[in-house]
Design a protein around this ligand. Structure first.
Ligand SMILES: N[C@@H](CCC(=O)N[C@@H](CS)C(=O)NCC(=O)O)C(=O)O
Length: 234
C-alpha cells in the first residue's frame, strides 16, 4: 500500500496518474498548502526539500517526481492492460526515455517553477519579475517546440502512455493555467501535443484524477482552474 502526499493540481498529480495507470492501490494524504504544510516539521521529515509530492513506500518516503515515476515503473513493470510506462533496462528505447525524463524534470519543470514563483527568484520588484518572465517564457516556448517534435516517437504520444506523456501533459495544464505575470501558453500552438493530451483525457487514469482533484473535463487540452473536493492548489 502506498501513501501519496498530494495537493490538488501539484506535481503529485503526475504520480497519481502513474499509480492509476499501473492499477495500484494507494491512499492519499492532503498537504494543505494554505497553511504551508509542505514546510511543516512532519512533512520535512518525509522530504527535507519541503516539496510535493512524496510517495510513502514500504522502502521509505520517496520524493522528486521523476524519481518516483521511474521507481514505480521499475517496481511494477507493465500495467494490467498494456506495456510498461517506461522501457525496462536493456530496451534500446530506455536511453532516450531517461534522457527526456530528466530533461522534463530539470529543464521544463524547473523553468516552469520560475514562472509560477518569480518572487522566489528576484524578490518583489515588478520590473525584475517582468524581465524574468519574458526571458523564461521564451525559453519555455523553445522547450515545448522540442517536445512537439518528439510526438510520434514510439515512447511519446502513442496509444499506450509512458511516464513522459503523463509528465508532459500535466506541465501543459500548469503552463496554461498558472500565469501570474500574464498568459503565454496555449495547447493550440502545439497540435501534436494537443492530440497527445486529448487522447490521454479519455483514459480511466485521467478520469479518476479529474474526480479526485476537481480538474474539469478537459484538464490538459483546455484546462480550467481546479475545484478540488479538499485542499487548495496553491
Ligand atoms: N523537483 C521537484 C519539484 C516539485 C515542486 O515544485 N513541487 C511544488 C508543487 S507542484 C511545491 O511543492 N511547491 C511548494 C513550495 O515551493 O513551497 C519534483 O520534481 O518533485
Amino acid at each position: 500500500m502506498y501513501t501519496l502526499h498530494y495537493a490538488p493540481d501539484n506535481a503529485s498529480l503526475v504520480v497519481r496518474l502513474a499509480l492509476e495507470e499501473l492499477g495500484l492501490t494507494y491512499r492519499t494524504e492532503l498537504v494543505d498548502r494554505s497553511i504551508r504544510q509542505q514546510k511543516s516539521a512532519a512533512f520535512l521529515r518525509l522530504n527535507p526539500a519541503g516539496l510535493i509530492p512524496v510517495l510513502e513506500t514500504p522502502q521509505g518516503p520517496l520524493s522528486e517526481t521523476a524519481a518516483i515515476l521511474l521507481w514505480l515503473t521499475e517496481t511494477h513493470g507493465a500495467p494490467p492492460s498494456g506495456r510498461p510506462l517506461a522501457p525496462p533496462p536493456g530496451d534500446p528505447a530506455r536511453g532516450p526515455v531517461l534522457k527526456w525524463l530528466f530533461w522534463l524534470s530539470n529543464s521544463l519543470h524547473a523553468d516552469l517553477r520560475i514562472v509560477f514563483y518569480p518572487q522566489q527568484y528576484v524578490g518583489p520588484d515588478i520590473d525584475a519579475m517582468e524581465a524574468l518572465h519574458a526571458g523564461v517564457t521564451r525559453r519555455l516556448a523553445g522547450h515545448y517546440t522540442l517536445l512537439e517534435a518528439l510526438v510520434g516517437q514510439p515512447w511519446f504520444g502513442g496509444a499506450d502512455p509512458t511516464i513522459l506523456d503523463l509528465y508532459a501533459a500535466v506541465t501543459m495544464r500548469w503552463a496554461a493555467l498558472y500565469a501570474p505575470m500574464g498568459a503565454w501558453f496555449t495547447a493550440a500552438d502545439y497540435p501534436g501535443l494537443k492530440a497527445l493530451v486529448q487522447r490521454l483525457e479519455t483514459r480511466p487514469s485521467v478520469q479518476a484524477a479529474i474526480r479526485a482533484e476537481g480538474l474539469g473535463a478537459t484538464p490538459f487540452s483546455a484546462p480550467k482552474p481546479c475545484q478540488p473536493p479538499e485542499g487548495t492548489a496553491l
